[in-house]
Design a protein around this ligand. Structure first.
Ligand SMILES: [Zn+2]
Length: 283
């Protein structure tokens, strides 16, 4: 019996388009989803990313939060019969404002799992407003509460098995400490990639303002070099994962390093929302 991934819908955000894909539609506003993921069928339920704290906090970046009652983490988990206290691990792809905003809705004995480099980076002052004080202060509370925070050194350790079928690996893109979460489902490996990819179509399938389809476009919001970003995307696309799940775009189905299908939004299969809408469609 393999693992299943349920998509949690934490509400949308509106932001400037070129923040997501470098040079795209400068000055125009885009609306994108903010997803989290619930991994079921294993030893324990695991959550990956918790969305943003509230609509007001998105204003600190000049963005607009569109979070409604149904997007609350408790409601999203309840759709799958899970309560916050049932969740054993809360993993973070990274700690940006829209990824770790609801950790204080979970009890302190649900362990938050982060790559140590990301916690360091969050207090470096680099990308400062994207790591909001209340979220980071809560993690410091956890640091001082035995058992409530687990830090990995994925750059040095290589991939780590969190529970059977769930592996954490350094992403080497987007932020200094981002991590990918690999999940072995009945239908092959699915990789949750955080913000290493924001937009499959405009970065990977038909990269905007690029000289060729293999020359991926980078985001407008990354901490390392463009070369590193491109390599992190390449690593993902060729990792052998059958599905790649970003946080701000629909999941993609991958074959031989290419996108061969998209999920809009829920499906019969290993990755789904609570209410199925449409099936996979060709890229
Ligand atoms: Zn994000």
């Amino acid at each position: 019996m393999g693992l299943e991934i349920k998509i949690l819908d934490f509400g949308d955000i509106e932001l400037e388009s070129s923040f997501l894909v470098l040079g795209r539609d400068c000055g125009r506003v885009r609306r994108v989803p903010v997803y989290g993921f619930l991994i079921l069928g294993g030893q324990y339920p695991i959550v990956v990313d918790t969305g943003y704290r509230d609509n007001a906090i998105m204003e600190t970046l000049g963005m607009r939060g569109l979070q409604f009652h149904e997007n609350m983490v408790e409601r999203q988990l309840a759709n799958h019969g899970v309560r916050p206290g049932d969740v054993r691990y809360i993993c973070h792809t990274h700690l940006h404002i829209d990824h770790a905003g609801k950790d204080d809705h979970f009890p302190m004995n649900s362990t938050v799992v982060i790559n140590r480099r990301e916690l360091e980076y969050s207090v470096s002052g680099l990308m400062h407003p994207q790591y909001p004080k209340p979220d980071i202060m809560h993690l410091v509370e956890r640091l001082h509460t035995p058992g409530s925070l687990r830090l990995e050194d994925l750059e040095m350790s290589g991939p780590i098995e969190l529970i059977p079928g769930v592996y954490l690996e350094a992403a080497e893109g987007h932020t200094e400490g981002s991590m990918n979460v690999h999940v072995d489902t009945n239908d092959g490996r699915a990789t949750i990639c955080g913000d290493v990819i924001y937009d499959f179509n405009d970065q990977i399938i038909e990269p905007v303002r690029s000289f060729g389809p293999e020359e991926y476009q980078v985001t407008g919001n990354h901490s390392g070099s463009k070369r590193r970003e491109k390599a992190a995307m390449r690593k993902l696309m060729h990792s052998g994962a059958k599905y790649i799940l970003p946080v701000h775009d629909k999941p993609a189905k991958i074959e031989a390093g290419r996108v061969v299908g998209r999920l809009d939004m829920a499906i019969p299969g290993p990755v789904s929302q609570s209410v199925p809408r449409r099936d996979w469609f060709p890229a």
